[in-house]
Design a binder for this molecule. Structure first.
Ligand code: ZN
Ligand code: ZN
Length: 401
């Protein structure tokens, strides 16, 4: 499964990046496959990358989505148990007097600090009445997991804007009272530890903002979720540089890989990602290769950038075309559209091509938003995609007699 994150677009003066880019290999995939369009969640529902990836792997996001915190936490390598509560976190700079909650956030990214390993280690030494774990994520980001069986009906400590005080975590229901108090205790103790940490004293000397507070947002509780292996009897690998997508793979019990040079942006090492994915096909049944750049370029409203990236990506697809399609099934699609005219995810259906020896090849010869709807797959839902592939591969069970 090749997922071109946010690739499809809405036409600008009748054209989309997919319709103007020169991409002989991607078009070849459309030509030898069966094509269609897909609502990754449901018609008119704007998908997040996490909910849509769950659906593309056959897991109903309305049933299993647990918020961004647990998925990011799984994505940076934390093993979560049902009931654990996970937050996304930022190292930030606060100034003022009194407790951390009296202080004002002056930089939500602490000068875009990168080297936070020592700070994370120090935070993990804090004494709390329950087990918890802090892990580094990219740049100034981290995740914090509180172990136990808690409700995520909590407010966030991150004020989301500079110039405001760190917020107290408040319970939104009785069942979250205890954990809210523990989170406030953590936030205060974290500030005390970080404020006097040698790395921050050094930063202060150099005139850099201190990473002296940790702000929490995006709470979610890990749910019971069947594994990909239990559901399909197949081994799943996810290749991505994005913690959120690796996290989707890991909460389903799959393995997640970030090959050398994979960055999650347009400078990513595509060679390395395709090589790793093709290697993994020898050990795994389903390999999901996630390419993030088109989404980023969509958010940046960069039409030309999307075109350039498609043209940079296309030569690598020649390696996919060399696969033996009597044994392999290749799906090329997206998790949602990120049109340059909108700069956000939209519900415009995505393009999908499926290649396998047995498919009913249709007349579609180009991988575009305009050609795909004429294909034999017509309009499908994200939850149906994997079933379609498994049926083609004769890996499906019959329903009924
Ligand atoms: Zn996405
Ligand atoms: Zn996006």
């Amino acid at each position: 499964m090749l997922i071109l994150d946010g690739m499809p677009d809405r036409p600008v003066a009748g054209k989309t990046p997919l319709s103007v880019a020169k991409k002989p290999n991607l078009d070849k995939i459309a030509e030898i496959g069966i094509n269609g369009i897909m609502d990754t969640i449901s018609p008119g529902i704007r998908p997040g990358s996490d909910t849509s990836h769950l659906a593309l792997l056959g897991f109903d996001p309305y049933k299993f989505y647990m918020g961004r915190g647990p998925i990011e936490a799984a994505g940076v390598g934390i093993d979560l148990k049902p009931g654990d509560i996970a937050f996304r976190a930022n190292f930030a700079t606060v100034v003022g007097h009194g407790t951390v909650f009296d202080k004002v956030v002056v930089d939500r990214r602490a000068g875009r600090i990168e080297q936070t390993e020592d700070l994370v280690n120090a935070l993990n030494e804090i004494d709390l009445p329950i087990d918890f774990e802090v892990a580094k994520a990219t740049g100034h980001r981290a995740v914090v997991v509180f172990r136990g069986n808690y409700s995520a009906e909590l407010t966030e400590t991150d004020p989301k804007v500079v110039g405001e005080k760190v917020k107290k975590c408040k319970p939104l229901g009785d069942s979250a009272k205890e954990i809210a108090e523990i989170i406030n205790e953590f936030t205060q103790k974290a500030h005390e530890v970080l404020e006097k940490h040698s790395l921050n004293l050094e930063r202060e000397k150099k005139g850099l903002p201190k990473a002296n507070a940790i702000l929490l947002r995006g709470a979610g509780v890990m749910k019971e979720i069947p594994s990909f292996k239990d559901k399909y009897g197949l081994k799943l690998a996810v290749v991505s540089a994005t913690a959120l997508i690796k996290g989707v793979g890991r909460i389903l019990g799959g393995d997640a890989f970030t090959p050398q040079g994979a960055t999650g942006n347009k400078k990513t090492n595509l060679e390395s990602k395709f090589s790793a994915s093709l290697d993994l096909l020898k050990k795994y049944d389903v390999v999901l290769l996630h390419i993030k750049a088109p989404d980023e370029l969509g958010h940046d409203r960069d039409f030309e950038g999307k075109v350039e990236f498609i043209e940079k990506l296309d030569p690598h697809l020649s390696r996919i075309l060399e696969l033996d399609f009597s044994k392999n099934c290749v799906i090329v699609t997206s998790d949602h559209s990120t049109p340059v005219s909108v700069g956000e995810h939209t519900a415009d259906p995505v393009v999908v091509s499926v290649v396998h020896e047995g498919v009913r090849v249709d007349d579609v010869k180009r991988f575009t938003e305009f050609d795909a709807p004429k294909g034999g797959l017509c309009r499908i839902k994200g939850m149906d995609l994997l079933n379609i592939a498994l049926d083609l591969l004769n890996l499906s069970k019959k329903f009924g007699a």
